[in-house]
Design a protein around this ligand. Structure first.
Ligand SMILES: NC(=O)c1ccc[n+]([C@@H]2O[C@H](COP(=O)([O-])OP(=O)(O)OC[C@H]3O[C@@H](n4cnc5c(N)ncnc54)[C@H](O)[C@@H]3O)[C@@H](O)[C@H]2O)c1
Length: 350
């Protein structure tokens, strides 16, 4: 994977959701590959300090607009990764809270970015990356058996999470069209294997089927009660490894504005198609037959209903034309499981 070359004017980047799974990795990637870059990192609880004096860590609840403004009080910000949020299961379970975070707080952050940018009218627009989701799709063209061509597939989300992401993509585009920011929205595949605690995402089981059994813990496969159900082999799932997604997310801030289509700023970034069988095979390969015994089959109708709104594959022509890479095509899901096992091993040694 190539390391993206950051635009020369990018000196300080703000990352929200920096205490989360992907935010934390973006912080590490930026600090590792760009020795001159400075970061302001934020989460509800201030994320862990990083050595080297290049990071300002802030605790802020961004559902308060004043807290969003506060993030721009530490000096000039040139780029933003807007990554905080409530995941799909959480937004579905708590409608009001989901919108408060996934729409209202993101609108406050956009507005604070706009006001900050207005103080520097002669500088390049603030680069703004929203982590969106393929949950913006739904309906008959976005089923596990579908291949989504973004130019031919309407945005018809079937979850509150997907609706909030679609709303914010529109805001990001309109703020860009008006010249307030230089925005881009990236729809990530389900990132797997996810380290740490299970998330509230409906897709959480995709990583859970590896993460918990590899540590000797039980994990539930929520799409069927029967391990012999053909759905295990047939239901297509679109995923990206953490390594590939983090690289491509950082790449997003480097894409020249002129390369985007004129009428939108939303890109489906690359992934690969797998099935639950691929997950179980990888579990057996890296954890042995014992690990498979930790998987229980227990249909959860709500989770299954959300799974039915995910397409099994997406056309990435636009992403590739913009320079995104897809290393997962070579290494497959096994590569992501191998990486996860190595991380587990390193964490145990530390
Ligand atoms: N992980 C995936 O598979 C995936 C897939 C598609 C899109 N995304 C998007 O990528 C982004 C990052 O995902 P992740 O997996 O790292 O999520 P995560 O849940 O691990 O992290 C999100 C972070 O946002 C913080 N947060 C929530 N509400 C906040 C608030 N009011 N103020 C400040 N911080 C708040 C949380 O504390 C958390 O640390 C999210 O926007 C998510 O929707 C992730």
């Amino acid at each position: 994977m190539s390391v993206p070359v950051l635009p020369a004017h990018l000196k300080t980047i703000l990352i929200t959701g920096a205490g989360g799974f992907l935010g934390d990795r973006i912080v590490t990637y930026l600090l590792t590959h760009y020795p001159d870059i400075k970061l302001v990192i934020c989460d509800i609880k201030a994320p862990a300090e990083r050595p080297g004096g290049r990071v300002t860590s802030v605790g802020a609840d961004l559902t308060d607009p004043k807290e969003a403004e506060k993030l721009f009080s530490y000096g000039k910000i040139d780029g933003v990764f807007a990554m905080h949020g409530i995941m799909s299961g959480g937004s579905e379970a708590n409608f009001d809270f989901g919108y408060k975070v996934n729409v209202d707080s993101h609108r406050y952050l956009l507005e604070a970015t706009r006001q900050h940018g207005a103080k520097y009218p002669n500088d390049p627009k603030i680069l703004y990356v929203l982590t969106s989701s393929l949950a913006v799709y739904g309906g008959p063209l976005a089923l596990p058996e579908s291949h989504v061509n973004p130019d031919a597939t309407p945005i018809t989300p079937e979850s509150s999470y997907g609706t909030a992401k679609a709303i914010m993509e529109m805001f990001v585009f309109d703020y860009t069209r008006k010249g307030f920011i230089d925005g881009r929205s990236v729809r990530l595949p389900t990132v797997s294997v996810r380290a740490g605690a299970p998330s509230s995402a409906a897709s959480s089981f995709i990583s859970g089927l590896i993460r918990e059994p590899l540590q000797g813990l039980e994990s539930v496969c929520p799409i069927t009660n029967d391990p012999k159900d053909p759905i295990i082999d047939n239901m297509r799932i679109w995923i990206g490894s953490p390594k590939a997604v983090v690289r491509n997310l950082v790449y997003t801030i480097t894409v020249p504005a002129g390369k985007y289509p004129k009428h939108h700023r939303s890109i489906n970034i690359p992934g690969i198609t797998i099935t639950t069988r691929d997950i179980l095979n990888a579990l057996e390969k890296y954890g042995g037959p014992e690990a498979l015994k930790h998987v229980k089959y227990n249909l959860e109708p709500q989770t299954y209903a959300i799974c039915r709104t995910w397409a099994g594959s997406y056309d990435n022509t636009l992403a590739f034309s913009l320079g995104y890479e897809n290393p997962d095509e070579k290494t497959g899901f096994d590569g992501a499981v191998a990486d996860f096992k190595e991380e587990l091993f390193a964490a145990k040694k530390a």
